[in-house]
Write a protein that binds this ligand. Sequence first.
Ligand code: FMN
Length: 174
Amino acid sequence: MKVLVAYATAAGSTVGVAARIAAVLRAHDHEVTTYSVDEVADAGEYDAYVIGSAVHDQAWLPSGAAFLTRERGTLRGKPVWLFSVGLPDSLRGPLRRWAGLEEPTILSHLREDVTPVEHRLFSGVVRAEMLGKLGALVFRAVGGRFGDFRDWQEIEVWAGDIAGVLADIEAATR
Ligand SMILES: Cc1cc2nc3c(=O)[nH]c(=O)nc-3n(C[C@H](O)[C@H](O)[C@H](O)COP(=O)(O)O)c2cc1C
């Protein structure tokens, strides 16, 4: 199937997640194109979509959310998976639980434009310089850790599950 993997990023870590998802789908013989949401020329030419964004303040980046709004008509009736890249695994204790709870908040805005087959919140990369001096101090003070928290195995398993559903759809429409 022709699959579009599109992403919105501020600091680059979501690009890596999108690339890994695309690689898994390609390994399952799908024709995959990976673009930033701002580069997609004709969203209508794909059979399925995996779209993701970095999370800032419990929401997708404006460019990612705008893509879903812009293309809501195109996406309607087609299989769409959404992923968000945030920082849950960089936190510990009560804050870790709080971060896990942000998923419904993130998704509630997106659902106005698209009903995904599934949504997944992954952990990304948190660097001190992304948060500014004060932000980094506060983040450390509440138990936050800096680093690359992308769980490649979790991402690959999820992409493999998507490939499985796409194979089922292909078989059903053959
Ligand atoms: C200003 C700012 C706000 C953020 N807000 C959140 C948030 O509300 N929830 C969350 O899970 N992660 C949050 N993050 C963490 C980012 O989503 C994470 O660093 C992600 O890997 C960034 O993706 P990118 O490198 O593709 O931009 C925030 C990061 C920054 C810099």
